[in-house]
Design a protein around this ligand. Structure first.
Ligand code: SF4
Ligand code: SF3
Length: 533
């Protein structure tokens, strides 16, 4: 008998199911059960709200958003923290008079095993909806800490989660719902773009060093720019420098963040290399979101978590009633550890010592004339969007090789942590334009969509008719949400790798192939040949 049921990420055991005492990510069966209990409670809360024919209140929205985000891969490994949140959801149900509502229904408390044991196509589609909404939750959370939200997104949590428990929904309803999740995610990414640029200005291209200067420093990981801003405010004048890690790299491009002189550079590569790159590091690491891996003993005493991230026995920085955070313990840890004695470079995976970022749609469309002329004149033959999540599989070398082998008259747009496979390569420029353009974090898929729409407008064609191909690497549930967004926009011919999601059943895959011509990656040579002819 299986001890846990989790198949939500690309790292899933044997490509099928994590079902023993520990998942491939290090999540225990107990934590997995705690997350299932939390999810079931959120589904019950959604059923109550739907039955009462109302929209969620502010506290309920917070629980949907933070509760769903808590269940994203590599976010929270602490059963006690997850259980506390489940108790909060149950209290919210009671406060809303929901216990009586649920008692009057055929199932008074939803059991997530109902989903895991459902017909495989229903399970597949409901998983796409549930996991897609976990991705949406991450983006809604980041916007919320900056004071922005969208009623459309907030309300859809109740709709989507209640649908998971509804036994009457068939493929005819669930398939369109997956596309709705994609549209909701587009809205969430748009709100987050507005939040980030509203607070920190529009990103501008910048070159970032991978060399750490001598002296005390802090590494900040994850996606939350607001946490970085608070850390920069609190490290001002302390002599402690700050280095970004993985998805925090694009922060360097924002005017209101890069103006802090102690924001010095970037540390290391993507999340799956952290146990090696942090081994014995003379500095603290602050995880604001995923991807946290179980820490090794050589650095566990210097890992701090905040917000929805947690791991048993790691120090957690609490959030105050007004969103304030006190990072003095992290700063004190940096001073005590002292940093490196001499400049130390953690090179990229191709040996590079610096990377570039900040090519969001504002920057790219700022030179739209140059881009359009280059396409019309034949200097740019094709655009590839090679992006998404990184991960541990050796097959992910595909993405490095793809970029290396892409012809010199092609441009690589990229985003999210998958870019660390190749962002330290120097593959040259086309005119004034570098051939690798890092658009930002995974949520900046919004920027990539804006560029595609603007190019389609300029060339008076549809996005699918552009010389643009999407080669997407996926790992966790934000990538699921983004994939649904791209499909909901009618974008076809996406190549997906390194493997297809375990939760996509043959029938659902068939639907995706027939309607969107989605395909698994093969080899860079074959895929480039297929695309470019
Ligand atoms: Fe396995 Fe991924 Fe679930 Fe972790 S999150 S238990 S690796 S499927
Ligand atoms: Fe990476 Fe975890 Fe998905 Fe925002 S940091 S992309 S995997």
């Amino acid at each position: 008998m299986s001890e846990m049921f989790c198949f939500q990420c690309e790292q899933v055991s044997n490509g099928v199911l994590c079902q023993n005492s520990k998942g491939a990510c290090g999540k225990t069966a107990d934590t997995s059960q705690a997350q299932d209990d939390l999810t079931a409670a959120l589904i019950d809360l959604a059923r109550v709200i739907q039955a009462q024919n109302r929209t969620p209140n502010a506290n309920e929205v917070r629980l949907f958003v933070d509760g769903s985000f808590t269940c994203v891969t590599n976010v929270n490994f602490d059963d006690a923290v997850v259980a506390k949140m489940t108790a909060e959801v149950k209290a919210a149900i009671t406060a809303a008079g929901g216990d009586a509502v649920l008692a009057g229904q055929a199932t008074s408390a939803y059991d997530l095993n109902t989903l895991w044991t459902a017909n495989e196509d229903i399970r597949s589609l409901k998983s796409l909806i549930l996991l897609g909404m976990r991705g949406v939750a991450a983006y809604a959370h980041h916007a919320a800490v900056l004071g922005k939200n969208s009623a459309e997104v907030d309300n859809y949590f109740a709709v989507a989660l209640a649908a998971i428990a509804n036994p009457d929904l068939g493929l005819d309803v669930l398939i369109p719902m997956t596309m709705e999740v994609g549209q909701i995610n587009l809205k969430a990414m748009e709100i987050l773009y507005e939040s980030n640029t509203g607070a920190y200005g529009k990103p501008a291209p910048i070159t970032v060093t991978q060399t750490v200067e001598p002296g005390p420093f802090i590494v900040i990981s994850g996606h939350d720019l607001h946490d970085l801003k608070l850390l920069l405010e609190q490290t001002e004048g302390t002599g402690v420098n700050v280095y970004t890690h993985t998805e925090m790299l694009p922060a360097h491009a924002y005017p209101e963040l890069k103006r802090y002189p102690q924001l010095k550079g970037n540390f290391g590569t993507a999340w799956q290399n952290q146990q090696k790159e942090f081994d014995g590091i003379p500095a603290p690491i602050l995880f604001t979101t995923n991807c946290l891996m179980p820490p090794r003993a050589s650095y566990a005493d210097r890992v701090f978590t905040t917000s929805v991230v947690a791991y048993p026995e790691l120090s957690h920085i609490a959030t105050g009633a007004n969103g304030e955070k006190d990072f003095s313990a992290v700063i004190a840890c940096a001073k005590a550890l002292g940093g490196y004695a001499a400049p130390t470079t953690i090179t990229g995976i191709n040996g590079g010592t610096e990377v570039t970022t900040g090519f969001g749609h504002d920057a790219v469309l700022g030179v739209a004339d140059v881009v359009i002329d280059a396409v019309k004149g034949g200097a740019i033959k094709h655009f590839f969007l090679v992006g998404g999540c990184d991960g541990a599989k050796t097959g992910r070398n595909y993405f490095t090789d793809f970029v290396k082998q892409a012809p010199a008259d092609t441009v690589i747009l990229t985003l999210a942590c998958g870019k660390f496979r190749f962002n330290d390569l120097n593959i040259g420029n086309i005119g004034p334009l570098p051939r690798i353009l890092d658009m930002g974090q995974c949520n900046d898929a919004y920027s990539a969509i804006q560029v595609a729409l603007a190019l389609a407008g300029a060339f008076e064609c549809g996005v699918n008719d552009l010389p643009l191909s999407i080669v997407c690497s996926w790992y966790e549930q934000k990538a699921v949400a983004i994939l649904l967004t791209l499909l909901s926009l009618g974008i076809k011919n996406i190549l997906l790798g390194p493997s297809l999601p375990a939760f996509v059943s043959p029938t659902v895959l068939n639907f995706l192939v027939e309607n969107f011509n989605i395909a698994p990656i093969s080899t860079p040579e074959a895929d480039l040949q297929k695309i470019l002819g």
